[in-house]
Design a protein around this ligand. Structure first.
Ligand code: HEM
Length: 511
């Protein structure tokens, strides 16, 4: 009888001792407020809810805790920055309290610490994706936006896959100098399926080993996350290798010398680029560019279905400026302020990134992770009037593009923060902005976008993970007129003639 009583006392006293020590430790750090952590487990429940409903939980942080919120991953503090001032101060430094990600996802810049490899890779990405260099990919985006509207005419209910095909082809042309053909749709579906799980690993706080890092000391065969990631990487590498080889043959046949895969191959041996780094950098770029752009396009469709009055205003502007005799082209952008404003508003109202991975060491314990809280920053009521409503007109007089806006001397002047911050600002933003303008203006020009009566569309139905991709939803996408559809088919025929005349492998221009 006495023994169980003593055991119980020991357990209770140990628990109290741990709790008191933890409380003392937390107090001594004087970290920003946050939900009450449990000893050892930290804020495991908040982390779980965060990954299930990121928009809602991120949104509640500012209301409950002010400009910063501390969330404990086991014994590690993570600080969510809910104010633009704090977020802009984030640097590229990327401490991980365990090095699983860095070791198992090498040469993936998003999880790289700010070392020489990071700087070299970032320079390489910036060179190929700079404003002037990315102009070389405009023809590709023109073509993809045309093929996107054609696919929407043929099969509007598959609009999610059409967005995925559109986005991957825009980036594929940057990397491999050619587009994927219809027969390669299987690779497209496989890649998105791989990224769906793989990108869960990119975000600290999503895996059980974030809370219990000692699990990483188990033998590798006992670590399921290690095996899952290895399988995904192998599958991804198999697909990438096929295209790297093709790019090599085409280079040998003097075609497509201008693509990123071949340029990077020429750099092998310098800047620490070997075969593995070559493959990983291409895989990183394809995933970072495609999954984001496709998510953004799906959120655009969702926003339009929910706001038919904004679709009407967009139609009115397109009819006035472009008319019914031709498709929109990029040169129309300067005369389409409402379309430009609408794109900015989708970025603000439905940002794809829950949090970006900007971290900063401050007077916080070394290794503290900092998350700029994007949904909250984009909903800041001191900067935006009635932030929760979708209102493109708030940007109607904003003639700056989002990349220039990100360089404003005051971060408070930024349009939105969907492309991230500082030295981690998205290097693909020029490519993305061009492609999205082409797609959005042509879709709005050609189609009526509506909710299907009786079928609810909810913004909070989204996939868990780093990117807020909507879960599958249905909406009505119908051509505005036969005349517009004929124009699209006419353009496609013109392109097909050129494709048959052997331009298939080039980044052919549409429009
Ligand atoms: C709507 C489209 C896009 C959005 C909203 C977006 C957003 C972002 C954000 C928020 C980051 C920073 C993540 C972090 O802090 O770690 C990022 C990084 C990155 N993006 Fe984009 N992106 C888009 C399209 C693209 C495209 C089209 C490309 C390539 C052609 C691209 C290439 C990259 C790369 C390579 C990085 C890693 C940069 C680094 O860690 O330094 N992105 N993007």
């Amino acid at each position: 009888m006495l023994l169980p009583f003593i055991c119980l006392c020991v357990v209770i006293l140990s628990y109290c001792w741990i709790k008191v020590r933890k409380a003392a430790y937390h107090d001594s750090l004087s970290l920003p407020n946050g939900p009450q952590p449990f000893p050892h487990f930290g804020n495991i429940w908040t982390l779980y809810r965060l990954s299930a409903s990121p928009r809602k939980i991120c949104g509640s942080f500012k209301a409950h805790y002010g400009d910063m919120t501390t969330v404990w991953m086991g014994s590690w503090p993570t600080v969510f920055i809910n104010s633009p001032q704090g977020a802009a101060a984030g640097t590229a430094s990327r401490p991980m309290h365990n090095n699983f990600r860095h070791t198992n996802l090498p040469d993936r810049i998003v999880v790289a610490p700010a070392d020489d490899t990071f700087r070299n890779q970032r320079k390489t990405y910036h060179t190929i994706l700079s404003k002037s260099a990315s102009a070389a990919f405009h023809k590709g985006s023109d073509l993809e936006s045309l093929l996107l509207v054609e696919k929407l005419l043929d099969g509007p209910s598959d609009f999610r896959f059409h967005c995925e095909r559109f986005a991957i082809n825009v980036v594929f042309q940057v990397i491999y100098g050619r587009r994927l053909g219809d027969e390669e749709d299987g690779d497209i579906a496989d890649l998105y399926e791989i990224w769906k799980t793989m990108y869960l690993y990119f975000l600290p706080g999503t895996c059980v080993f974030d809370v219990f890092p000692s699990l990483l000391k188990l033998p590798q065969w006992m670590q399921p996350w290690y095996w899952i990631l290895s399988i995904l990487k192998r599958k991804e590498a198999r697909i990438q290798k096929k295209y790297i080889e093709q790019a090599k043959w085409e280079a040998a046949a003097s075609q497509n010398l201008e693509c990123f895969a071949n340029k990077l191959r020429e750099k092998k041996g310098s800047d620490g680029i070997n075969d593995k780094a070559h493959l990983n950098m291409l895989a990183m770029l394809l995933g970072a560019g495609s999954d984001t752009t496709s998510a953004m396009m799906q959120l655009f469709f969702k926003a339009m279905a929910l706001h038919p009055d904004k679709v009407d205003l967009a139609h009115a502007e397109l009819d006035r400026v472009v008319g019914g005799e031709r498709l929109p082209v990029y040169e129309d952008a300067q005369n389409l302020p409402y379309i430009r404003a609408l794109i900015k508003e989708v970025h603000r109202w439905a940002p794809i990134a829950v949090v970006v991975l900007g971290y900063r060491d401050y007077t916080f314990p070394k290794g503290t992770i900092f998350f700029p809280n994007i949904p909250t920053l984009n909903m800041d009521d001191t900067r935006y009037t009635d932030p929760s409503s979708f209102e493109p007109l708030r940007f109607i007089n904003d003639s700056q593009d989002s990349v220039s806006s990100a360089q404003s001397s005051s971060h408070l002047d930024r349009d939105h923060v969907n492309y991230g911050f500082g030295r981690r600002f998205c290097p693909g933003a020029y490519v993305a902005e061009y492609a999205i303008f082409m797609a959005v203006s042509r879709i709005l020009w050609a189609f009526d976008l509506k909710q299907i009566p009786g079928l609810e569309i909810r913004m909070d139905r989204e996939r868990a993970g780093l990117l807020k991709k909507p879960r599958s939803f249905k909406m009505s996408i119908t051509p505005r007129s036969q005349q517009y559809s004929n124009l699209i088919f006419g353009e496609i025929n013109r392109i097909n003639d050129r494709l048959e005349n052997s331009e298939r492998r080039d980044s052919v221009g549409g429009g």
